[in-house]
Write a protein that binds this ligand. Structure first.
Ligand code: DGY
Length: 331
């Protein structure tokens, strides 16, 4: 029997076309985000699923999809997936690490620079016609914070954290970092998380969202940050307490923030960060270049192709399913 594979969005890249030769491929054509009820109905009839980080793959969905043999997510983060539930069912989960490292670090550094130099505020100021004779160039006009020579604190020294450290080195920054398991990286001083927060002018978050990292930067830790520091988050919203961050930005404890990810996405209209002038906001675009998104889609398709062949996925989150008696064959 030809395996049926459902893809929850039209994907870029080349490999998805190859995949179509090996299965009965059904692609959600939109518009917009796939409704959860449609995902459930489609999953019920398929053996393979290629999804995005906007699709919740939980126990309820898996219960509705008894024939499901593999899931491949076009994302490196898998906090939208109940990995334990997949593993318990012997279902491999593919993801896309590596290819988005530099693109995401570029976004983080761009947000760092924009927040430091108040580019969001400055852009609005010019567009709104506020740049007039009585609000023109002056010694204190739109003054920000210097990046060159400042101290960057990296929370999570994985591949993206290390790419951030390389960028910081080019700006002559001192680089401090915290990582759950100690990791020696040239030019980076490893400290405890609280020390990194207390000694950094800029803090950039690069850990995955897990039960251990949820609200890792809570009110206590945000209060530990150096007065006048800048926080950048391109990892996941749930890692930072958004209300505590907004309060620290509003009362002047922190100078600014650059935020690409939110506890709830798309961001809720009443998110307290939205009303603050000193936050540069982006809509989860860390990996958003044409090239990188095509590479991610190709990896997601390659993971699915391997699963269809009954082979281990090249990038599998839960390889224990391949132990004897683990993964279930598609078809
Ligand atoms: C991922 O792949 O997890 C990223 O958040 C996408 O930008």
């Amino acid at each position: 029997m030809t395996a049926r594979v459902f893809v929850t969005h039209q994907l870029p890249g080349e490999r998805i076309h190859e995949l179509a030769r090996f299965c009965d491929l059904n692609v959600w054509m939109g518009p917009g985000l796939l409704p959860a009820a449609t995902l459930r109905a489609e999953a019920a009839a398929c053996q393979g699923l290629i999804c995005l980080l906007t699709d919740r793959i939980d126990r309820q969905l898996l219960d509705a999809a008894p024939g499901l043999r593999f899931v491949s997510s076009m994302s490196v983060g898998v906090d939208h997936v109940d990995v334990a539930a997949l593993t318990a069912r012997g279902i491999p989960l593919g993801h896309t690490p590596g290819v988005l490292v530099d693109t995401t670090a570029d976004t983080a550094f761009a947000l760092l620079m924009a927040a430091a130099r108040r580019l969001g505020e400055a852009d609005r100021f010019v567009r709104q016609g506020k740049w007039a004779a009585d609000t023109a160039w002056a010694p204190d006009f739109f003054t920000g914070k210097d990046v060159g020579g400042a101290t960057l604190g990296i929370v999570g020294l994985g591949a993206i954290g290390q790419a951030m450290a390389r960028r910081a080195a080019g700006f002559g920054m001192r680089v401090l970092a915290w990582n759950r398991t100690p990791r020696a990286v040239p030019g980076v001083e490893l400290l405890s998380l609280d020390e990194v927060l207390a000694h950094s002018d800029f803090v950039s978050v690069h850990v995955a969202l897990t039960e251990q990292t949820r609200q890792l930067l809570d009110a206590r830790r945000i209060a530990l940050m150096k007065p006048g520091a800048v926080l950048v988050n391109t990892a996941r919203g749930g890692i930072v307490d958004e209300c505590a961050l907004a309060a620290a930005l509003a009362d002047g404890h922190l100078f600014a923030a650059g935020i690409d990810v939110y506890e709830q996405e798309p961001v809720a209209a009443d998110n307290p960060l939205l009303g603050l002038p000193n936050v540069v906001l982006a809509p989860h675009i860390g990996s958003a270049t044409l090239h990188t998104r095509a590479l991610m889609a190709d990896m997601a398709a390659d993971n699915a192709l391997a699963a269809l062949r009954g082979a281990p996925m090249p990038c599998c989150v839960n390889p224990s399913v391949y132990a004897p008696g683990g993964a279930r064959e598609p078809g």
